[in-house]
Write a protein that binds this ligand. Structure first.
Ligand code: BG6
Length: 522
C-alpha cells in the first residue's frame, strides 16, 4: 500500500512516502521498486476476472516497471488451448479494460508481459495439473509462487487441498524470502458457519500468513485514502467521535442490474454480496481506532477490534428491496435465470451501531442496491448541530448540517457542506459546499483497482487483505439477518431507476434522519 504525497499548497509533487511497506520494500526514489520474482498461477485463466482485472493490472504494473524480469504467469483452465490464442485474446481486450483509456496499449510493455505468460489446460480437481505446476515452479531459481484462485467458491477447497498435498504451499525456509501464497476472493462463506469452515479447511494446508483474502474495495485508491485523510490531518480526529458526529451514511448504489449473473445472484442477494464485506470494509476504514503504525498487523488488529464491536444486527435494523419494472428497465424477476416469484433482495439498507467508547449511540446507515437512480459509492459523515445560534431569527434546526463526504466512486474526492453568511445587508445564513477532486491535484494514474493488491501480495504486505478473524466477526454481526427469527425478512418493491423502497426511508425516519439524495449533483 503506497501513498505518493504531494504538497497541495504548491501543487508540486513531493517525495513519496511508503506506508505499510512489506519485507522487500526498501524505498526507492518514488518509494517503489519491482516486486520480487515469482510464478503467478491463475486458476480460472479463461474467466472474466482474468480478462477484466488481473491482466490489465499486470499490464499497468509492467508499464510502471514494478514486475521483476523473473516474473512468470501460468494460466490454468479447463479446455485445450494454445498459449498464443489465450494471450491474443487477453491482448485484444486490454485496450478496453486497462484503465488508462487515453493512451494506446504500449506494445513493448505488452510484449514483455505476454512473453512471460503460459496457458496450461487442466481440470481444477485433477492431480496431474498440480504435479505439472510443481515441476514448473521447482525449476525456477527463486521458487516463489502465488496461487490466485479466480474461480467459483466451490473450487476453493479442492484446489487448496491439491496444492497442499502436492507440496506447493510449502515455503522453503532454507531459501531467504522464499514464499508460497494463496489469493482468494469473496465469497468467504455465506454465513457464520460456512465462514468458520473455510479457513479451518485452508489452514490444514497453509499458514494464515500465506492467505491473502481480497476485498476489491480495498484496492481503490479512494478507499485507501480514507486512512490518509483521517490520520495525516490534524483537523479530523478531534471531532471524529460521538460527541461531534451525529450519524454516518455509507452508500454503494449501482445503476446496473444483475448483468447475466442471475444464477449467482439468486443464491446470494444484495445483502450477502455487499454488506458484510464491501460495506463493512468501508465502515472499518471510517471507524477504526488509530493504529500505532501502518504495519499490516497494526492496521488489521484495529480492524478486527472494530468488527468485533459491531452490534449484532436485528431484523428491525434491516430493510430489503427488489427492483420492479420501472424507468430503468425490467424488473428483477424478469431477468434471465431468476425465478418469476423470487424473493431475493437486490437492495439492502441497514442501521448499524458500534459498541465502543468512540461510537456508542452513533447510527451508521448502510445501503446498497442494483438498478438504482445513480451509481454512487460514498461515505457521508454528518456532524451534530451547533448548540445554539446567535442569529436571532434563524432557528438551529433551519441550518443545513455540516456533512463531510468521502467520495469513492465514480467521483473521487471529498466534499464539505457548511454554512456562511449570504452576502447582503441582513444576516442570513446560507449553505455552501467546498469540494476537492483528486484529478485537480494529482496526475491520473492508470488503475483498475487490482494493481496495489497484486503488488502488495508479491511484496508480502498484508495490510489491505482480510484476516480470518475479521471475516468471522463480520458474519457474526449479520447472522441474525441471514437466519432471522420469525422467518425470512420481507422484500419490498422499488422501481428500477429509483432510490430504493419507501420502507428504507422509514428506517431512518424513525431516528429523525433521512437518506441523502442520490439525485443531487455530483
Ligand atoms: C462485487 C459484487 O463484489 O462488487 C457486485 O459481487 C458489485 O455485485 C460489485 O456490482 C461492485 O463493485 P464496484 O467496484 O463496481 O463498486
Amino acid at each position: 500500500m503506497t501513498n505518493d504525497a504531494h504538497d497541495a499548497s504548491s501543487n508540486t509533487p513531493q517525495a513519496s512516502c511508503k506506508i505499510g511497506a512489506g519485507p522487500h520494500a526498501a524505498a526507492g526514489p518514488a518509494g517503489k521498486h519491482p516486486a520480487p520474482p515469482c510464478t503467478l498461477v491463475i486458476f480460472g485463466a479463461g474467466g472474466d476476472l482474468t480478462k477484466r482485472l488481473l491482466t490489465p493490472s499486470l499490464y499497468n504494473l509492467t508499464v510502471d516497471g514494478l514486475l521483476d524480469d523473473g516474473m512468470q504467469i501460468i494460466g490454468v483452465n479447463h479446455g485445450e488451448r494454445e498459449t498464443k490464442a489465450w494471450v491474443d485474446d487477453l491482448g485484444q481486450s486490454l485496450q478496453q479494460f486497462a484503465a488508462d483509456k487515453k493512451s494506446k496499449v504500449d506494445d513493448k510493455a505488452w510484449q514483455w508481459l505476454s512473453s512471460r505468460m503460459e496457458y496450461m489446460a487442466g481440470e481444477f480437481e485433477a492431480d496431474d495439473v498440480f504435479e505439472a505446476l510443481k515441476q514448473r515452479i521447482d525449476k525456477t531459481s527463486h521458487g516463489n509462487a502465488i496461487f490466485y484462485l479466480a474461480v467459483g467458491a466451490r473450487f476453493f477447497r479442492p484446489i487448496v487441498e491439491r496444492l497442499g498435498k502436492a507440496g506447493l504451499l510449502k515455503e522453503d525456509k532454507e531459501r531467504e524470502g522464499n514464499f508460497r501464497r494463496l489469493v482468494i476472493e469473496k465469497p468467504f462463506g455465506t454465513d457464520l458457519a460456512s465462514a468458520r469452515d473455510l479457513p479451518a479447511h485452508i489452514l490444514q494446508f497453509a499458514d494464515e500468513s500465506q492467505v491473502y483474502r481480497i476485498d476489491h474495495f480495498l484496492g481503490k485508491d479512494t478507499v485507501q485514502s480514507i486512512l490518509a485523510v483521517r490520520f495525516a490531518n490534524a483537523m479530523f480526529e478531534p471531532i471524529w467521535r460521538r460527541e461531534y458526529i451525529d450519524s454516518v451514511q455509507i452508500t454503494a448504489s449501482e445503476t446496473l442490474g444483475v448483468e447475466g449473473r442471475g444464477k449467482f445472484y439468486e443464491q446470494t442477494g444484495a445483502f450477502r454480496d455487499m454488506v458484510p464485506n464491501h460495506l463493512f470494509q468501508l465502515l472499518a476504514m471510517v471507524a477504526l481506532e488509530p493504529p500505532n503504525s501502518f504495519d499490516a498487523e497494526a492496521v488489521r488488529d484495529k480492524k478486527a477490534e472494530l468488527f468485533a464491536a459491531i452490534e449484532p444486527l436485528k431484523r428491525d435494523d434491516v430493510v430489503f428491496g427488489q427492483y420492479e419494472k420501472g424507468g430503468a428497465g425490467v424488473g428483477y424477476r424478469e431477468e434471465p435465470d431468476v425465478a418469476r416469484d423470487s424473493i431475493t433482495e437486490t437492495y439492502a439498507a441497514a442501521r448499524v451501531f458500534i459498541d465502543n467508547w468512540r461510537w456508542a449511540g452513533v447510527p451508521f446507515y448502510l445501503r446498497t442496491g442494483k438498478r438504482m437512480t445513480t451509481r454512487r459509492t460514498e461515505i457521508a459523515v454528518q456532524l451534530k448541530r451547533v448548540p445554539f445560534l446567535m442569529f436571532r431569527d434563524t432557528p438551529v434546526e433551519a441550518l443545513t448540517p455540516n456533512v463531510f463526504t468521502l467520495r469513492i466512486d465514480p467521483a473521487h474526492g471529498t466534499r464539505f457542506d457548511f454554512n456562511v453568511k449570504v452576502p447582503g445587508p441582513t444576516m442570513q445564513i446560507g449553505a455552501v459546499r467546498s469540494a476537492f477532486n483528486y484529478n485537480d491535484f494529482f496526475e491520473e494514474h492508470a488503475n483498475v483497482g487490482y494493481e496495489t493488491l497484486l503488488y502488495d501480495c508479491m511484496l508480502g504486505d498484508e495490510t489491505l487483505f482480510q484476516r480470518a478473524d475479521s471475516i468471522e466477526s463480520g458474519w457474526c454481526a449479520v447472522e441474525g439477518v441471514l437466519h432471522p427469527e420469525g422467518g425470512p425478512l420481507p422484500v419490498h418493491g422499488y422501481a428500477a431507476g429509483s432510490s430504493g423502497p419507501a420502507e428504507a426511508d422509514a428506517l431512518l425516519a424513525r431516528d429523525g434522519h433521512a437518506w441523502r439524495s442520490l439525485q443531487d449533483a455530483e
